[in-house]
Design a protein around this ligand. Sequence first.
Ligand code: TRP
Ligand code: ZN
Ligand code: CA
Length: 457
Amino acid sequence: MTLSPSPVGRSRISGRSGRVAAVAAVAVAGLLAGTASASAGTTAAPASAGATAQALAAPDIPLANVKAHLTQFSSIAAANGGNRAHGRPGYKASIDYVKAKLDAAGFATSLQTFTTSGATGYNLIADWPGGDPNKIVMAGAHLDSVSSGAGINDNGSGSAAVLESALAVSRAQLKPDKHLRFGWWGAEELGLVGSKAYVNSLPSTERAKFAGYLNFDMIGSPNPGYFVYDDDPAIEKTFKDYFAGLGVPTEIETEGDGRSDHASFKNVGIPVGGLFTGASRTKTAAQAQKWGGTAGQAFDRCYHSSCDNTANISDTALDRNSDAVAHALWTLSAGGTTPPPTGDDYENTTPLAIPDAGAAVTSPITVSGRTGNAPATLKVSVNIKHTWRGDVVIDLLAPDGTAYRLKNSSSGDSADNIIETYTVNASSEPANGTWRLRAQDVARQDTGSLTSWKLTF
Ligand code: TRP
Ligand code: ZN
Ligand code: CA
């Protein structure tokens, strides 16, 4: 309904129910380029001469090998004051153990050092020779424990599964189309320090080469859930397909997004994904119904405690997740012949308050993995809740800051809400980078908030 503008005041009572939400939080929906056609779990003929887009089936990762690494981490902790924490000798001994295995298997390894809390920290990076150097698929895990225990589930489990998957790549002498890289991070428990140091050390030209980063932190919880990170859609689908093939239901990871090293990569626009079996949160009755285990009990009762030892592991969860690591590496590193399909959506669903007659606010969407410029018909879908939409001015900001006006203010437009798709000729703008929706409420009294917005390429 459109009412005539009244010179004084408003004809309707303005709602003050706009959501108050923190600005921050980037919803990255980057698509992993060219993985859509990878064939999950099928046994293809061995790669012959010429490029193949078909993923070979990943090997079964032997649980016994993964558990043997956990036994070694446990021994290392026992010989070094009971932990493998940053700045303690048990951490460096853990790095040395993993590095020796990889060196013997033909990886090019390097140690990256950093300093935090008054001690030297170490990241271990291992490159599998070959593959397209401009398309990197990386898997990683934090190798440090907290100081209160040996950290066998947190995060010996992820560290061991990534190590054994790397060794499986070597045993298979895999010739992936993309380049495979592996990382073990220091000082995650002190605030993702090692992984932040790593991404900060990468020039933006190097960051742009990442097709994806896969994170594995706590994947053998003794009362496990099967959680998949809800980030890059192609990576997420790869994991979900794997578990669907096993007949194991999954849920989206919600126990603190941003609480592990994938956040460091996501924050610089790299597509991420990963697996998690739960920490201190309690398993519900519904979850126990579908996954087994004990309802009303934490997924990991020994989280960050001295009892996070070799008994604090579900063999079934560790086995399934280790196989999922290998499946994702094989699948995502193969192919690349399919260009990113058109019609890709990138969405930010973090609510954002638009202050009444206040400053402009912006909401980001980071696009990565595309080639060339944005289309002449870039679609910008906007969902704004507002009690007098004429108050609102909206612009799309390209990664270089160029503003495209989507909507002007119009004092007489008293209708509710802006649920609209605008078409923008963005063909002079590179597709990759951080796009922003800028919204400003320019008239007093009625208010609203951005619910979500989406770019369709
Ligand atoms: N990273 C946390 C730790 O090491 C554990 C954790 C909590 C976690 N929430 C998560 C890991 C979500 C992955 C995903 O203490
Ligand atoms: Zn952890
Ligand atoms: Ca207003």
